[in-house]
Design a protein around this ligand. Sequence first.
Ligand code: TYD
Ligand code: MG
Length: 449
Amino acid sequence: MKLKQTYVCEQCGVTSPKWVGQCPDCASWNSMVEQITPIRSSGNKGYAAATGEQVVKLSDVQLTVEARIATGLNELDRVLGGGLVGDSVVLIGGDPGIGKSTLLIQTLCHLSQTHPALYVTGEESLQQVTLRARRLELPQDQLNLLAETQVERIIAIAEKSSPKVLVIDSVQTLHTELLSSAPGGVSQVRESAAQLVRFAKSKGVALFLVGHVTKEGMLAGPRVLEHMVDAVLYFEGERDSRFRVIRAVKNRFGAVNELGIFAMTDRGLRQVNNPSAIFLSHYETAISGSVIMVSWEGSRPLLVEVQALVDETHLGNPRRVTVGLEQNRLAMLLAVLHRHGGVATFTHDVFVNVVGGIKVSETGADLAQIVAVLSSLRNKPISSDTVVFGEVGLAGEIRPVQSGQERLREAAKHGFKRAIVPKANMPKGGVDGMEVVGVKHIQDALGHF
Ligand code: TYD
Ligand code: MG
């Protein structure tokens, strides 16, 4: 295989035959990184899909049922879309110390009982990995370990021991002899990962790649890894909290935004089987600025607490800060609150936070944000047995969200007595033990608080 060396811009992807300080296309500085392109005579052997040359009818394509392997952790199976697919490549990202290695050593020790498995560690020594497995009392007799960072050697060894499941912890430590740049660089990581993906696809190996997330929230270096792999799972949540949330942000074999919820204990990660209320803080008395919403994550409801703090601004520009929610959405909601609800906040800083470090990206959080802001602004607590959800439109209308009934039933199960929800989400027969109030416009909603 002949190789050609080129440079590619990390920002816009433009390629150039030689290195330049400024990208000729998007004009960003220092964004060109080395990459190698194999010059192949024909065909694209790197991807699983490129198998035939003929055009086939959609109805004639023979489907093979993907065999799913149970990982031993139901919550991980859930994020993977019902278990690990035989020859899939899964990228697991997250902050250092959040529990990626712990999760994978637990999974692999379990899987190795039924499938040949190889755990390649580039960060921790064999002793450290073993120590952890011993401490967690995991079954250790079947798992193969390898401490290696050079990708060609990893592949050569993997070819000999032919594992069915392979873990690389982590991609940032990989390097390939094809490139001269330093290990850890974007091009090294990308090229090494690409070789492993090709290997996994051609041999039918399930591959887990571990990647660290940098401060900017990107997988250090290659966001590009995301499109090479079948599934991308991110750890969410705060390191200080006990709970760890894994979210599927991409999954070719299942639903995205599905959450898996774990607790970090002194015996490793334990799955939380009934997680819907774990993020609530249970105050003795209601406090202002805090409201409970029922969010819908993947395929199940989750009760989360939205907190707002509204304070007089001392700067020219009032601040709008969100943690776990989208900032632009908050700015929009404050405009709606002013224009259609008659409540102005332009002399106030507004901070909104989702308790527990979890991210809520659905629009069902709109009403909760508005209610929390209002409660803080007026210093008027919201009764702690009330839940809200609903999307807010630019005209001030309250729009329905998906799975309204299930959300309400979940809240009722946890003892909530009152719900303020979009009128179109009102259940016909009502919900046992709960007063459900349907609202159509932000004006109606504000009247209830
Ligand atoms: P680790 O899996 O090493 O994180 P990553 O690979 O994502 O960098 O997680 C290490 C953290 O988890 C560390 O702070 C200690 C904690 N931990 C426990 O609390 N209990 C345990 O049983 C284990 C193994 C780790
Ligand atoms: Mg680790």
